[in-house]
Design a protein around this ligand. Sequence first.
Ligand code: GLV
Ligand code: MN
Ligand code: MN
Length: 429
Amino acid sequence: MPTHFQQPTSRTNLPINAARLWADVMSLAEITDPARPYTRRSFTALFLEGRAWLTQRFVEAGLSTRIDAAGNLIGRIEGRHPTLGVIAIGSHCDTVPAGGRFDGIAGVAAGLEIIRALRETNTRLNHTIEIIDFLAEEPSEYGLSCVGSRGMTGALEGKMLDLTEPGGEKLCDALRRVGGDPDRLAQARRNDIRAFLELHIEQGIVLESRLLDVGIVTSIVGIRRIEIVFQGEADHAGTTPMELRHDALVAASNTVVSVRRAAEQLAAEEGYFVATVGILTVDPSASNIVPGQCRLVIDARTTEPTLTRRFVEIIEQESAEHAAAARVTRASFTTLSDSKPVACDAHLRSALRRGASDLGLADTDLPSGAGHDAAFMSRICPSAMVFVPCRGGKSHAPEEWADREAIAAGTAVVYQAVKALDQSLARSA
Ligand code: GLV
Ligand code: MN
Ligand code: MN
């Protein structure tokens, strides 16, 4: 990992206000769990505080604001020809536990700054513009990611609304609590968006290592999340002989090893493949009790759905074998979510590329190994993304960092693309 963060040439004549944009990112970062920066988990009181702050900024920027049935916060400014439809810009302001200040937030702040820049230059676009803060992009305590963008694109299935967090609350009730309406989800579904653009930190080191200003995203990985529960028997750790144990953690641990081995094998093939066990819970979790129940969640990502299919076959078989060997049952093997890899839209990508070159910024094409709301939005409208460099590629950690100039440059590229798309989409309407 590089020891210092070298930025490409600093840009001073961008069509947006870098200081104001930066102030927004830093202000939102202050709304965090102080004991665990930077944590603003979706559906929590802190999340709602962040949203209230953001709503205020939207209103100050002259946007009319609302929360749709899928819990997305939307700011809107009418275009000169509303029948042309909407150009939308957005990302998310929730974080992972102990995450960073930029993942998602930079994209929402970019949208807000673009609106202000348009207003200050008295630029009224043909299209209506919307800024969207999508609900719960990160996997939430309900086991689901991209709740808002799924809802907006018709991918929030009824059974997902019954997902329950450890405290017992259902996702549908949580959605109501944050201003959504699970009974009217169809109303969140959109058919009027003509283009969607999302700025995001790269969460990798390609741009930094090549001293590039922006990445134009070519494709976004598909993500499958699988939950496995092993049921054994909780017993006294001192008095239960080894041959009489039903230890759920033994089956779970061997499954973690299987995930690693299968992923390494598939990663060596054509296409991108990675898999992770990031959640492993042990019940009752006491040093003197044989583990009675274990739950693990696997996150598998790929550009090639056939690799995921093969991975699931291997894990289904091996986890059953590990359960039998440990004399426990595999109580469940559940697909929590399964999103397909998507390609970003060629017309939008070329508008972004032209925006970068007009501003004298250095760009490259690159794929995204992280999931994004743009992947769901591509189901209903042409969608594309701009990546900006982040230090050491570090993300989902408090050390996550992107320079003020880097975010400003990426935002300026989106600004240019929005103005160009407003013309080209109007012409082709
Ligand atoms: C989103 O942060 C992801 O999990 O890729
Ligand atoms: Mn993230
Ligand atoms: Mn993100």
